[in-house]
Design a protein around this ligand. Structure first.
Ligand code: BTN
Length: 267
């Protein structure tokens, strides 16, 4: 028999279409990676967008670089395919899509767990109380009839880390772990999609306040960090995120800004 908590981990595709800007949902009980499915589907089909690929169990989730994204039942793992042209978002703005998505998730999490500290860890993570609660992976999809972006989102919702190894428990968390509440995944997803739609419109409109909000949410500001870019490593005090989405570092030789790279140390 389905318990009340099991029911909250199910996805209601009809509600997602009814209550968000999503035109079509592709639901899979199990799939290797929702990003891979979205990329593949849009390559071979004229897909109605926004299209959402969502699963209850992702077996080979991908993160940035060659990282893996590990998740269990109760996590929210999905990929949203959008056509930036439909939003009027120019290609030069695409690099800002990751922070825009991150901010959307921060705002949605504020609504669900307002008393927790929710921040952006440049360039593509969301932290709750300084532990990772969400990872974002944005990839460019098919370009015909118009270019698409695949926005992969993994949010730890009802998947508890309480039994996870110490090293993971120290760096990751979930909504259920921080609040003690089991959430309805469809409800969380609809909230995230609503925020994403609003923030994409702000990106299109060149809303300057958007960058001010990334800056205010920057989890690394004031921290001494190490950033690896290719084979090079850079160290400095993080000054925050600028209006172009770059991370700013005060290094021993002056101020530098980076559009990519991996944060390898936070002190
Ligand atoms: C990261 O932390 O580096 C990004 C992780 C992104 C994980 C999500 S889960 C849904 C989507 N499908 C994937 O294979 N990856 C993204």
């Amino acid at each position: 028999m389905l318990t009340e908590d099991d029911a909250k981990n199910r996805f209601d595709s009809a509600r997602i279409v009814r209550e968000s800007f999503v035109q079509q949902v592709r639901y899979h009980e199990t799939i290797d990676s929702t990003n891979d499915d979205a990329l593949e589907f849009c390559r071979n089909n004229p897909c109605p967008v926004p299209l959402l690929v969502v699963t209850s169990r992702q077996t080979a989730g991908r993160g940035r670089s060659s990282n893996q994204w590990w998740s269990t039942t109760g996590a929210l793992t999905c990929s949203l395919v959008i056509r930036p042209d439909d939003f009027g978002i120019a290609e030069r703005e695409w690099p800002k899509a990751s922070l825009t998505t991150g901010l959307s998730i921060c705002l949605a999490l504020d609504t669900l767990a307002g008393e927790q500290e929710v921040s952006l860890k440049w360039p593509n993570d969301v932290w709750m109380n300084r532990r990772k609660i969400c990872g974002i992976l944005i990839e460019v999809g098919g370009r015909r009839p118009a270019p698409t972006l695949v926005i992969g989102i993994g949010i730890n919702v009802n998947n508890s880390f309480s039994a996870a190894p110490d090293e993971l428990r120290e760096i990751a968390t979930s909504l259920v772990d921080t609040t003690g509440t089991v959430f309805d995944l469809t409800e969380v997803l609809v909230g995230v999609l609503g925020e994403l739609e609003r923030q994409l419109v702000r990106l299109r409109d060149g809303d300057r306040q958007l960058a001010a909000e990334w800056q205010a949410r920057c989890a690394l500001r004031g921290r001494s960090i190490e950033l690896k870019l290719g084979h090079e490593k850079f160290e400095g005090i993080c000054l925050g995120i600028d209006a172009d989405g770059a991370i700013m570092l005060q290094t021993p030789v002056g101020q530098e800004r980076f559009f990519g790279g991996m944060i390898t140390q936070i002190r």
